[in-house]
Design a protein. Structure first.
Length: 300
C-alpha cells in the first residue's frame, strides 16, 4: 500500500485527518488511563492498597485538574500528529508505508530504537524543563500533582505538551518508521506513562536485588519525582538517572519498603480516610500551586 492509499483510507480532508488523529490519541488515553483508574481506584483498591506508593488517594480536585489538562494536551498532540503526517506525505521524513521496503526485522527493531530514543529525549527535555527559568512556564502544571492518578499521564501545560509531542516528528525524521510500528510504540508509551502515574508499584520485590534495577524504571521512581519535585527524571528506563546520578538517594529503599508491606493491615480504614480529608482541607489549590513553584526553585 502506498502513502496516499494509507491516508485516503483514513481521511479524505484535512479536517477529517485532524479530527481522526485527535480521536485516536484521545481514545488511547481514555482506554488506558480509564482502565488503570477502574482497577486501581475502584475494583482492586482494597486488594492492592498495600502496594500504593503514597498511601492516601489523590483527591477528586486533583483528578479533575489532571483530566482537563490532559484534554488540552490531546488537542495539541492531534495537531502535531496531523502536521507530521502531512510532512511525511511530502516525503520529507523517513516514514515509509510498505513493510516490504525494510522488512519485518526492521519493523520491530524500529519500535525498540524509538523507545530508547524517546527515553533519552524525555530524560533530557524533562531535566531542562526543571531549570528554574523554564519550570514555571513549561512544567509546573505536571507537578501540581504531588500524588498523581492515572489521569495525570497527559496533564501538561500547552508548552510542555508541544515538547512532549516533539517525539513524533523527531522519531520519523531520524528513523525509517512504518505507521503501524509508530502506533505500537505509542501503545508502549501510554502503557508505561499511565503505569508510572497510577500510584501503585507492580514490579516484584526481587527487581531491586538484580541488575535489572539499572535498566528498568518503576512507578515508585516516578511517583517520588512528583512527591519530591526533583530527581528521578527518567520514563521507561533508569539508565540516564543512574549515569547522571539523578536518582533519589532513598529510591531503592522506598521501592523495597513499598514492595515489602504485608497484604493485611493495609486497608483504607476510617483513620486514613479522616487523614485524607484533613490533608485535603489543609492543601487548597492555590497554596498547593505556590508550594510547587517555590519548591522547584529552591531545590533546583
Ligand atoms: Zn518533573
Ligand atoms: Zn509525571
Amino acid at each position: 500500500m502506498n502513502d496516499m492509499d494509507w491516508v485516503s483510507q483514513f481521511a479524505v480532508s484535512l479536517d477529517e485527518l485532524i479530527s481522526k488523529v485527535t480521536t485516536v490519541v484521545a481514545l488511547r488515553y481514555v482506554i488506558f488511563a480509564g482502565l488503570a483508574w477502574f482497577l486501581g481506584y475502584v475494583v482492586m483498591k482494597r486488594r492492592w492498597i498495600h502496594r500504593k506508593i503514597i498511601e492516601r488517594m489523590p483527591t477528586m480536585t486533583d483528578m479533575r485538574r489532571e483530566l482537563l489538562y490532559s484534554i488540552s494536551s490531546i488537542l495539541i498532540f492531534g495537531l502535531v500528529g496531523t502536521l507530521t503526517i502531512l510532512v511525511a506525505l511530502r516525503g520529507s521524513t523517513l516514514m515509509y508505508w510498505d513493510v516490504g521496503q525494510y522488512g519485518w526485522p526492521w519493523f520491530f527493531a524500529s519500535i525498540g530504537i524509538a523507545i530508547f530514543l524517546h527515553d533519552t529525549y524525555f530524560y533530557w527535555t524533562h531535566r531542562l524543563m526543571h531549570h528554574r527559568r523554564l519550570f514555571r512556564w513549561m512544567h509546573r502544571v505536571h507537578h501540581l500533582s504531588t500524588n498523581p492518578s492515572p489521569w495525570a499521564a497527559y496533564a501538561f501545560g500547552p508548552l510542555e505538551a508541544v515538547v512532549q509531542a516533539g517525539i513524533f516528528p523527531l522519531a520519523v525524521c531520524l528513523l525509517p518508521m512504518h505507521p503501524l510500528a509508530f502506533g505500537l510504540f505509542m501503545v508502549w508509551q501510554i502503557t508505561f506513562n499511565v503505569a508510572g502515574h497510577t500510584g501503585y508499584e507492580f514490579h516484584p520485590r526481587w527487581l531491586m536485588e538484580t541488575p535489572l534495577r539499572y535498566i528498568l524504571n518503576t512507578p515508585t521512581n516516578h511517583v517520588m519525582h512528583h512527591e519530591k519535585m526533583s530527581g528521578n527524571y527518567g520514563i521507561y528506563f533508569n539508565i540516564w538517572d543512574r549515569l547522571m546520578g539523578t536518582n533519589h538517594a532513598t529510591y531503592e529503599d522506598r521501592f523495597r519498603q513499598v514492595t515489602s508491606r504485608p497484604k493485611s493491615g493495609h486497608e483504607l480504614g476510617a483513620e486514613r480516610k479522616s487523614k485524607q480529608e484533613s490533608d485535603t482541607k489543609a492543601e487548597p489549590m492555590t497554596s498547593h500551586s505556590e508550594a510547587v513553584r517555590e519548591l522547584s526553585i529552591e531545590e533546583y
